[in-house]
Design a protein around this ligand. Structure first.
Ligand code: RP5
Length: 179
């Protein structure tokens, strides 16, 4: 059948099924999305399939633990977790999953994100969270790409190209300044 027909979910019936997500981008609240979408955009630029969801450590602890426990078996390779304030989500996920967890401290109205940063970065020995800068979701996405690229030659080549473009852009800024 060649006719294109929309399914209730909006996907064309003859379109290929969406690729299984390799990265989970989760956050404590939808209010974190304006920051966390930076990770999603970076993953999208590299064509890495991801899922995004709200999995609050404090407001839905059972679901949060279940998400962490099932993530690896569902085929995820990396979890990016962002939260603000008493930001326990990345650490609690790291406690229950063997996957690498990248924590994104989300800045809130008070304390400029220092509270989020310290909540995420000060993990006890044995339970690592790779913490990026306050609001640094784009770097979280890029770090996830690098982790995947270690076993994916195409992604590795794409990351090398990306780094080359960064270098070219920085060099161009220098040329403009010297001109
Ligand atoms: C945290 O509380 C969330 O990660 C978010 O950064 C913050 C505020 O959440 P909302 O009150 O906006 O839902 O758990």
């Amino acid at each position: 059948m060649t006719d294109t027909q929309e399914t209730p979910g909006g996907r064309a019936q003859d379109a290929p099924p969406p690729a299984a997500p390799r990265v989970g981008v989760v956050m404590g609240s939808d209010s974190d999305w304006p920051v966390l979408k930076g990770a999603a955009e970076a993953l999208g630029e590299f064509g890495v399939p991801y899922e995004a969801d709200v999995v609050s450590a404090h407001r839905m602890p059972q679901e949060m633990i279940a998400y962490g426990e099932r993530a690896a078996d569902r085929g995820l390779k990396v979890i990016i977790a962002g939260a603000g304030g008493a930001a326990h989500l990345p650490g609690m996920l790291a406690a229950v999953t063997p996957l690498p967890v990248i924590g994104v401290p989300v800045p809130l109205r008070h304390l400029d994100g220092l509270d989020s940063l310290l909540s995420i970065v000060q993990m006890p020995a044995g339970v690592p969270v790779a913490t990026v800068s306050v609001g640094g979701a784009r770097n979280a996405g890029l770090l996830a790409v690098r982790i995947l690229a270690a076993h994916d030659p195409e992604l590795l080549a794409a990351m090398r190209d990306f780094q080359g473009r960064l270098r070219d852009q920085a060099a161009e800024k220098g040329r403009r300044l010297r001109a």
